[in-house]
Ligand binder design. Structure first.
Ligand code: ADP
Ligand code: MG
Ligand code: MG
Length: 247
C-alpha cells in the first residue's frame, strides 16, 4: 500500500505541493485529476525522485518502506514502476537489452533468477502480442524515432514485463490520441489484481472510461481538494474544476 502523508515540495523556492494526503491500498487503482499547474506532474516527479524537486515535509511509505529515502533505481527494485511523461531516447542501445537489464535488476532484487536473452525474448514476444504491438519494437534503439504512441506502447511493454507492485503513470499533455490511451488502459487493466496498485495522473476523463478507477482525487493548488468514486471524473467533465480550489 502507498501512503502519502502531508507531502510538501518546492521547485526553485516556490511551494508546489502543499500537503498531499493520499493512501492507495493494494489492489486499487486511483486517478488524480486537476487543473493545469495544480502540481500533478510535480507529485509524480517527487515520487520518482527526479532532481530539482525539494521535499520540504511529509512522508511517502510504500509497503512500509520510506520511498523518499531510497535512490530512484532502488525504487524500481522495491516494485515501483514510474512511467515518465517524456521517455528518454537512447541511441545505440537496443530496446530488448535495455528492458532485459531493467527486468533482471528487479528480478535480482526479488531473489528471482535472471533471464537470459532467449528466455527474455520469449516473455517479451508474448507480452508484445498481448499488447498488440509491432514485432520490431524490441529490435529498435530505445525510443529513438518512436512516435508518441510508440513511446507510450514501449513504456507499457516495460510495465507489463516488470510486473510492478505499484505503477505511477503521468499521462499529461500532448500526443496521447485515443489509441495511446487505450494502450495505457489495457496495460494497467492487465496487471490489475490483489497485489497491484496504481496511481494514474490524468486530465483526460476519457482515459478513465477504459481504466475504471476505484477512487478519483482532485488535486488543485498543491492539495487534494476532493475525493470520490469513478462518478467524480464524470462530474468534473460536466462541471469543470471551478469551485474546487483548496481552502
Ligand atoms: P500539472 O502537472 O498539474 O499541470 P505541474 O506539476 O506541472 O502541474 O506544475 C505545478 C506548478 O509548478 C506550476 O505552477 C508550474 O508552473 C510550476 N513548475 C513546474 N515545473 C517547474 C519548474 N521546473 N520550475 C519552476 N516552476 C515549475
Ligand atoms: Mg500541466
Ligand atoms: Mg502535468
Amino acid at each position: 500500500m502507498l501512503e502519502i502523508k502531508g507531502l510538501t515540495a518546492k521547485i526553485d523556492d516556490k511551494e508546489i505541493l502543499r500537503g498531499i494526503d493520499l493512501t492507495v491500498p493494494d489492489g486499487e487503482v486511483h486517478a488524480i485529476m486537476g487543473p493545469n499547474g495544480a502540481g500533478k506532474s510535480t507529485l509524480s516527479y517527487v515520487l520518482s525522485g527526479r532532481e530539482g524537486y525539494e521535499v520540504t515535509g511529509g512522508s511517502v511509505l510504500f509497503n512500509g518502506r520510506d520511498l523518499l529515502a531510497i535512490e530512484p533505481e532502488e525504487r524500481a527494485a522495491a516494485g515501483v514502476f514510474l512511467a515518465f511523461q517524456y521517455p528518454v531516447e537512447l541511441p545505440g542501445v537496443g530496446n530488448a537489452n535495455f528492458i532485459r537489464t531493467a527486468l533482471n535488476a528487479v528480478r535480482r532484487a526479488r531473489g528471482e533468477p535472471e533471464l537470459d536473452a532467449v528466455a527474455f525474448l520469449k516473455e517479451a514476444r508474448s507480452a508484445i502480442k498481448a499488447l498488440k504491438m509491432p514485432d520490431d519494437m524490441l529490435k529498435r534503439n530505445v525510443n529513438v524515432g518512436f512516435s508518441g504512441g510508440e513511446k507510450k506502447r514501449n513504456e507499457i511493454l516495460q510495465m507489463a514485463l516488470l510486473k510492478p507492485a505499484l505503477a505511477l503513470l503521468d499521462e499529461t499533455d500532448s500526443g496521447l490520441d485515443i489509441d495511446a490511451l487505450k494502450i495505457v488502459a489495457d496495460g494497467v487493466n492487465a496487471l490489475r489484481g490483489p497485489r497491484f496498485s496504481a496511481l494514474v495522473i490524468t486530465h483526460y476523463q476519457r482515459l478513465l472510461d477504459h481504466i475504471v478507477p476505484d477512487r478519483v482525487h482532485v488535486l488543485a493548488a498543491g492539495q487534494i481538494v476532493r475525493s470520490g468514486g469513478p462518478e467524480l471524473a464524470l462530474e468534473l467533465e460536466a462541471n469543470g474544476y471551478a469551485g474546487l480550489e483548496a481552502a
